[in-house]
Design a binder for this molecule. Structure first.
Ligand SMILES: [Zn+2]
Length: 435
């Protein structure tokens, strides 16, 4: 019966959607076509069918405005809204006439039942915005109206924040829809409307036929649309919430650290080159995150010592995370390291400034003398292997004892002596120097 309502332009969608919501309830209740309606659904159904006769004789004007005065400007105003049951969108044509009369009339509307899959209200509001973007593009094309004067209104601030973000920063569901919306409409089209003035609210929750026929809000949009634009309420959307749902979360080693792909270093054979690449990436990510105006010259500024040193710390932290994940976990749980652990003979703490694991105490047994605090690393990490190899070259192929002492000043690396011997043995320069 609901399908028999011939309503191509969706003018009666707030009423028709109620029947569609009922159908969904019947489907969930697994009712067969010849079953009796459940007692909870029957009265609602009877109420809906009894009102069907009200809308049948209702005339819909072919003319969008009742003014004969020449039209000065036309614009489209679209509204979207969602509830747990359904979501919808409505598009209005607003015309300003030469005699200053402004007319607003409903042009096209659509309401859809929410999918069975559980979605948050924010996601459903986004789905409604997606529907609205499509409706606006369609109506603009059909009426040959410029889309750039259109406005899209939603009462969901989350949706407005999502639409302003690059889709790559959002989770899959949000990203796909935001990308589509941004492609259809630029973000400057979107405005916030108070729920009480949002006509699409009727499409999303459904109303009775009588309520719909008598609703000025539905047929002509919010009353202020018929006033000059500078008299419209101006609702400012607040700053981005700290924890915006639907945003892709990235686990960071420390709260301000940018993320660099974890497999980056396996392609490198020189630590200094890797460090420079990481420093450039961090610089780029920093510029991107702080939304600095794209500066063509930023790559012309050489890397500073501070940036290189931060990249070095970043790489050391990645090496530690790779090889000592259990130590980070134990420290987070405030548990001691088992004595059998390769760092078990030392007192380990997490340096809150640089996020690195640091080792103190009992250093004599590891043949380290002077330093009080060192950075524990292992040669299992490709980064550490590269660093040791490059240090051999950077310090101009020194003797074993000299380099061991230089490195041991800052790091605790089990097996370092053997590795340095190996590096030296394979080094062409060292073999020439030895002869
Ligand atoms: Zn050498």
């Amino acid at each position: 019966m609901a399908a028999q309502v011939f309503d191509v332009l969706g003018f009666f969608s707030p009423y028709v959607i109620r029947a569609k919501i009922l159908m969904k309830r019947l489907w969930i209740a697994q009712c067969q076509w010849d079953d009796k309606l459940p007692a909870t659904i029957f009265p609602v159904w009877r109420d809906w069918t009894s009102q069907l006769s009200f809308i049948t004789p209702h005339p819909v004007h072919r003319k969008y405005s009742d003014s004969d005065s020449p039209i000065m400007s036309s614009s489209l105003q679209g509204f979207s809204d969602a509830s747990k049951a359904a979501y919808g969108a409505a598009v209005y044509l607003r015309r300003v006439h030469e005699d200053d009369k402004i007319t607003v009339s409903l042009v096209y509307a659509k309401a859809k039942v929410c999918p069975l899959k559980t979605r948050t209200i924010g996601q459903l509001e986004l789905q409604a915005a997606y529907l609205l973007a499509d409706l606006l593009v369609y109506v603009a094309k059909t009426l040959s109206l410029p889309l750039d004067s259109a406005k899209a209104w939603t009462d969901s601030t989350i949706v407005l924040h999502w639409i302003r973000r690059p889709p790559c920063t959002l989770k899959e569901f949000e990203a796909n829809r935001v990308a589509h919306i941004q492609e259809a409409l630029q973000d400057c089209f979107w405005r916030h409307v108070a729920s009480a003035y949002n006509p699409a609210d009727q499409a999303s929750r459904g109303v009775s036929a009588l309520e719909l026929l008598n609703s000025d809000l539905w047929w002509h949009g919010p009353p202020w649309l018929a006033r000059p634009e500078d008299e419209w309420p101006h609702l400012v959307v607040g700053p981005l919430p700290r924890e915006l749902p639907g945003v892709r979360t990235v686990t960071l080693a420390a709260d301000v650290e940018p993320v660099v792909p974890f497999t980056l270093w396996t392609d490198y054979s020189c630590y200094n080159r890797l460090k420079r690449t990481v420093a450039w990436l961090r610089k780029w990510i920093h510029n991107f995150r702080h939304r600095k105006a794209p500066d063509k010259k930023w790559t012309d500024v050489p890397l500073s010592c501070k940036e290189l040193s931060a990249a070095h710390i970043f790489l050391l932290r990645k090496a530690q995370e790779e090889t000592f994940p259990e130590v980070f976990q134990l420290i987070a749980k405030k548990k001691p390291l088992p004595a059998s652990h390769k760092l078990g003979g030392m007192i380990i703490h997490l340096d809150e400034q640089d996020g690195l694991l640091k080792a103190t105490g009992r250093l004599r047994q590891h043949s380290l003398t002077t330093p009080k605090v060192v950075i524990p690393l292992t040669l299992d990490s490709h980064i550490v292997g590269l660093m040791v190899h490059t240090a051999h070259k950077d310090y101009a192929h020194p003797g074993l004892a000299a380099l061991l002492s230089l490195l041991a000043h800052r790091y605790f690396i089990p097996g370092l002596k053997n590795r340095l011997k190996k590096v030296s043995r394979k080094c062409v320069t060292c073999s020439i120097l030895a002869t």
